[in-house]
Design a protein around this ligand. Structure first.
Ligand SMILES: [Zn+2]
Length: 197
């Protein structure tokens, strides 16, 4: 756990499993949201989230809270199986990655809920219902080194449905901005890396 050789641009998706021994290069800390829920998250990703959160609270009156962050492979297995039981395999594959293939294993991915009327939206149905507010949140991501990981219109590339709440820390506001301006998703960044600073 040094944080020194942390690869913030690691690509984890259906084709790319979390690299072996990746966890050893990442500094994971324990944190709590305002509702007392405890999470684990990579240190710099958390610091950047706190700055984003403050900005949204102060300037937009939007209260964001972490609702899911770091997951072990065993935890992902549990979630995936729960989705399969509840909604079937196709739905599970749309909203949950296979164990070992979720970027929540990196510690850099955050699912963010929005508080409305004192209630924190957490479930997919609730999150989809506050959809419009996420657009305001999404506009501010790049300046804090975050990207919208599964954008609308990129489902064929990411193989994941639009998730307005799932953000990925990449540690570089410059690359995040360039990617967003070019309307590229993270897979497309990897395929066009030579175009980036
Ligand atoms: Zn997520």
């Amino acid at each position: 756990m040094s944080g020194k050789n942390t690869d913030y641009l690691v690509l984890v998706n259906d084709d790319n499993r979390l690299p072996e021994d990746f966890e050893e290069t990442v500094e994971i800390i324990s944190v709590e949201n305002s509702f007392g829920d405890k999470y684990q998250i990579e240190k710099k990703a958390y610091e950047a989230f706190l700055r984003l959160r403050e900005d949204l609270l102060k300037n937009d009156g939007i209260q964001t809270e972490l609702i899911s962050v770091y997951r072990t492979i065993a935890q992902q297995e549990e979630i995936f199986n729960r989705y399969v039981d509840k909604f079937g395999l196709e739905y599970a594959k749309t909203y949950a990655a296979r164990p070992g293939h979720s970027e929540h294993h990196t510690g850099f991915a955050i699912d963010v809920g929005i508080v409305s009327d004192g209630k924190l939206a957490r479930k997919i149905e609730e999150l989809l219902a506050v959809g419009g507010l996420f657009e305001i949140v999404q506009k501010k991501l790049p300046r804090y080194g975050y990207i919208l990981r599964y954008p609308k219109g990129k489902e064929a590339v990411t193989k994941i449905g639009y998730e307005p709440w799932h953000f990925r820390y990449i540690d570089s506001p410059e690359i995040a901005k360039q990617m967003t301006d070019a309307r590229m998703c993270f897979e497309e960044y990897w395929d066009n890396k030579e175009l980036f600073i």
